[in-house]
Design a binder for this molecule. Sequence first.
Ligand code: FAD
Length: 256
Amino acid sequence: MNILIVLAHPERQSLNGALVDIAARELGSLGHEVRLSDLYRMEWKATVDRADFPHQTTGEPFNVAASSAQAYKSGELTEDVKEEQEKLLWADAVIFQFPLWWFSAPAILKGWIERVFSAGFAYGTGKSYGDGSMKGKRAMLSVTIGGTEHDYAARGICGPIEDLLFPLTHGTLFYTGFATLPSFLVYNADRLEDYGEGFPAVVDRFRERLATLETTPPIAFRSAASGDYDPKTRELRPGLEEAHAHGFNLHIKKLS
Ligand code: FAD
């Protein structure tokens, strides 16, 4: 497979950096082609603004979606965005490696998504939730987390980790057509040796997930085309959910 790794961490000699090195080595040894977008090293511009559309006339109110769609159609997106879009089209699978910061991804990764997943390319295509330009590709989040597994369990004080990551796994990746794999999670990341599972155990678990990247069943999100949603309102038809499912879990066919 062609595999793109997107790294969002300011320090290459970090746990996140080490996981990327392991991924590149392991995937390479399995015969995969690997490319890396190291966002901090690339000094990735994280905000979408007028400067992203230099060819467009000024004076009119700036509308991101309209400008983005027009620039995509005319091939006038900036070179940095075009390069990342080319990498996405090349990839059969994408791994996003980042630390959980304020219950989310670092801003630089959010900014990469906002600029690279542009109108016409990733949204506004008439296809969504299980269909779209990323259909046929796999994606996995690999996230290091300061808190404990209990903190992020179903009744944990932080809320379920799957819910916190839902805007990425479902709202971004599945929305654009990716088959989203269950996330690879490292808890106690700041105290890995004292309280966590220890680095060697993390490496073993990670290698296993990398080796099964092609075969791991994706999260069973309900697709827009599944017939599970009312076509007018896009609300889930009554009675389809598993017992006790609520909130984001309603959109998963089979809870693990
Ligand atoms: P590092 O600091 O690089 O490493 C952590 C530990 O991993 C090291 O001490 C070491 O034991 C081990 N390690 C690192 N590299 C290697 C190596 N090469 N070989 C062997 N062992 C190694 N946490 C939450 O739970 N929820 C939040 O909302 C949250 N928000 C945050 C917001 C901010 C702004 C910040 C800075 C942190 C936040 N955190 C939060 C904590 C954060 O998730 C962790 O600090 C992060 O995941 C640790 O990953 P790292 O790559 O930065 O670790």
